[in-house]
Structure formats: structure tokens, C-alpha cells
Design a protein around this ligand. Structure first.
Ligand code: FAD
Length: 373
């Protein structure tokens, strides 16, 4: 029922506008405001705070459906829920929750999380330089963050900061930095290959003062909070990848049944059928891995390896399926007139964001080696 509800919503409010969102580089606020009413803006927020209180499987289904409709919208909504809102739900004080959750669920803003820096992506522990230094009752933040989704749309950004340079991975803390803070600059959106309607921006912090109440959770817990947030986010990016692959697959099958070559629809040529069969198989395998990781999280199992496997598989399946969807379209697939061109560009991020494929393999291998003692 939930899947059908999100799909119906997306068919009416998201999918028909995906090309416009890509071409204008503007997220469609009319759709975002309507998302509030069906729970898409507070997927994992308890009902007591006005959220949908979904389990992880429900979240994955929603993000998959959004991905099937529009990559840009899906990325911004996935980041909003998993990166912007969930850390506040998990670690926020009552005061932080009541200050920020109503705004984040209102349909007028989206949430954001800033981990990456110009010199630090995969190696956050070794590379993050942006720091918060105690000053009076609060903190002063200096440094910069890069490639951040939604910051200009957010009332507040969750920021990973170094609070103790001598303490290794215990020297990081997460803080909630209001976007109207003096000294914070949100730079213009990056000009990207795909996902153009989802703003990705750099942030500069120059002597930004925040109070002691900006700390999200405990001082020194920032790195552990980041790892937990990324595990969860990987299920979401896996789901988004499945949605993008599904969209390209549907376009390709419909096209193959209409386009004729050598006296028959190309769908009747065996080479095309093999691509269709492989896509059907691989999308299903990826979807099941995503749902398994979500199920494991919902049942309090250790799901780090399962989430990395789901994200790795789904993002690589999306790459292959979208590649072949263009192949099936021939020249028309290379044209902006057909959605597979946009979907191919959108999916390209999936093997990079929330941990590259190389990092997922590293996470999986470390776990496997540990399991073997
Ligand atoms: C559209 C978009 C949205 C994003 N949104 C956000 C966001 O909201 N918040 C946020 O904090 N970040 C965000 N990011 C940043 C993204 O998460 C990082 O770009 C990503 O983690 C990779 O980091 P990097 O670009 O610094 O690559 P690097 O870490 O420099 O890696 C470069 C290459 O080296 C490889 N590599 C690195 N270390 C190893 C290793 N140990 N072994 C093998 N290979 C290795 C990588 O796999 C990659 O192929 C976003 C990025 C994009 C493009």
C-alpha cells in the first residue's frame, strides 16, 4: 500500500517534471510541499513530532519510488531524511528537536549534512580540518566543506567538526549550525553532470560562533555518529540506485517493443532480449540486497556489511542497466529528448556518494576477514 501510495504521488507530481527539474536546475517546491502531507519529509521521524515513523524498509521503498521518478528529487529527499533529519531525531535534545524538526517537516526547507571537505572525502578521519574551538560558553568554527547536498535550502546544517586534534577518531563532534550564522557562506551550486536539480554546494566557515547548545549528541562522538549515519544512508543510496535502474529498464523495454529493425520489433532480437533479461535479474538481485539490509537494520542486526553490499551492488547495477538502456535506444538514447540520457547522468553519482565503490569493497572485505577470525 505504501509503495503504491508513493508511486501514485510520484506519477502525478514528480515524474512528469523530472526533465524540467534537470534542465532548470531547480527543485520543484510544489511537489516538496505536497510530500509533507504523505509523510515523505519525516520518514523516520516519530509520529509525536509529526513524522511518518516508517521502518527502514518503508524508507527504502519510498526512496526507490522517488528514484524511479526523478533522480534529483530523490537525492535531495534522501539526503534531507537520512542525513539532515535522522541525526537530529537520534541524537538531538528535546530543545533541538522542537526547534528544528517542525521547520524541517514543513515543506519549506530541506535538511543537510556536511562531512566532505575539499581535501577529505573517503578519508574523513585523516582529512577533515574544519574545526570548532571553545570560546566562552560556545564554539568558534573555521574551515570549509565541499559537495554538500541541500545546504542553501536548510535552516540548519549538521556539520562534522574537529574538536580535539590530539584525540584521533574521538576528536570529532557534530554540531547544528544555523544557516543564517554570521561568517557562514554557502557558495553557488556546483555545475554537475547529473542530478542538476539537487543543489550541491561548498560552505565556508570564518569565525562562525555557535552556542554550547549547538553540539549534537556528546562531544567526541562525531566520528561514530558519522559512521552510523553513513551505514543508514547507504541503504538509501542503494534504494535510489534501484529506482534509477528500474526507470531506465522500463523505458528500454517499452522502446524495444516499438522500435523496428530487420522487419520486426527490436525486442524480438535475441541480443536485446539478453540485455532485458540481465537487467530484470540484476535489478531484482539489487533490490533484494537493499531490502535485506533494511530488514537487518529493522531487526537490530549488525547491518554494516549488508548495507555496503546493497549499495555497491545496486549502484553498479544502475550503471550497467542505464548503459544498456541507451544501447537499446540507439541514437535516440543519446538525445535529451529521451529520459534514459538524464537517468544515465543521474545514476553516475551512485558509485561515488556515501562512500565510493572502492570504500564499500574495503568495508566488506574488512568484515569478511574479521568473520574468518
Ligand atoms: C552530487 C553529490 C552530492 C554529495 N552530497 C554530499 C553531502 O550531502 N554531504 C557530504 O558530506 N558529502 C557529499 N558528497 C561528497 C561525497 O560523499 C564524496 O565525494 C565521496 O565520499 C568521495 O570523496 P572524494 O570525492 O573526496 O573522493 P576521494 O576520497 O578523493 O577518492 C578519490 C578516488 O580514490 C579512491 N580511494 C580513496 N581511498 C581509497 C582507498 N583506501 N582504497 C582504494 N581507493 C581509494 C576513491 O574510491 C575514489 O575512486 C556529495 C558528492 C556529490 C558529487
Amino acid at each position: 500500500m505504501w509503495q503504491r501510495a508513493v508511486r501514485d504521488f510520484c506519477e502525478g507530481e514528480v515524474k512528469p517534471y523530472a526533465q524540467e527539474v534537470d534542465e532548470t536546475g531547480q527543485i520543484r517546491w510544489e511537489a516538496i510541499r505536497k510530500m509533507r502531507d504523505i509523510g515523505l519529509l519525516g520518514l523516520e521521524v516519530p509520529e509525536a513530532y509529526g513524522g511518518a515513523e516508517m521502518d527502514t524498509l518503508g524508507v527504502a521503498i519510498a526512496i526507490e519510488e522517488l528514484g524511479r521518478a526523478c533522480g534529483s528529487t530523490a537525492l535531495s529527499i534522501s539526503a534531507h531524511n537520512g542525513l539532515g533529519v535522522v541525526p537530529i531525531v537520534r541524537w538531538g535534545t528535546e530543545a533541538q528537536k522542537s526547534q528544528y524538526l517542525p521547520k524541517l517537516l514543513s515543506g519549506e526547507h530541506l535538511g543537510a549534512l556536511a562531512l566532505t571537505e575539499p581535501g577529505a572525502g573517503s578519508d574523513l578521519a585523516g582529512g577533515v580540518q574544519t574545526s570548532a574551538v571553545r570560546s566562552g560558553n560556545g564554539w568558534v568554527i573555521d574551515g570549509s566543506k565541499a559537495w554538500i547536498t541541500n545546504p542553501g535550502l536548510a535552516p540548519v546544517i549538521n556539520v562534522l567538526l574537529r574538536t580535539d586534534r590530539e584525540a584521533g577518531t574521538s576528536g570529532f563532534s557534530m554540531m547544528l549550525v544555523p544557516t543564517d550564522s554570521a561568517g557562514l557562506t554557502i557558495h553557488p551550486p556546483e555545475k554537475k553532470m547529473g542530478l542538476r536539480g539537487s543543489p550541491t554546494q561548498m560552505l565556508s566557515f570564518e569565525g562562525v560562533h555557535v552556542g554550547a547548545d549547538a553540539l549534537l549528541g556528546k562531544e567526541g562522538q562525531g566520528f561514530a555518529q558519522t559512521m552510523m549515519t553513513l551505514d543508514n544512508g547507504r541503504i538509501s543510496i542503494g534504494a535510489l540506485s534501484v529506482g534509477l535502474a528500474q526507470a531506465a529498464f522500463e523505458e528500454a523495454v517499452n522502446y524495444a517493443k516499438q522500435r523496428r529493425a530487420f522487419g520486426k520489433p527490436i525486442a524480438e532480437h535475441q541480443a536485446i532480449q539478453w540485455m532485458i533479461a540481465d537487467a530484470a535479474l540484476e535489478i531484482d538481485a539489487a533490490r533484494l540486497l537493499v531490502y535485506r539490509a533494511a530488514w537487518m537494520k529493522d531487526h537490530d542486526r549488525d547491518y554494516t556489511k549488508a548495507a555496503a553490499m546493497a549499495k555497491l551492488k545496486a549502484s553498479e547495477v544502475a550503471e550497467k542497466v542505464c548503459h544498456n538502456a541507451i544501447q537499446i535506444h540507439g541514437s535516440y538514447g543519446y538525445s535529451r529528448e529521451f529520459p534514459v540520457e538524464r537517468i544515465y547522468r543521474d545514476q553516475r553519482l551512485m558509485t561515488i556518494g556515501e562512500g565510493t565503490s572502492e570504500i564499500q569493497r574495503l568495508v566488506i572485505a574488512r568484515r569478511v576477514l574479521k568473520e574468518f577470525g
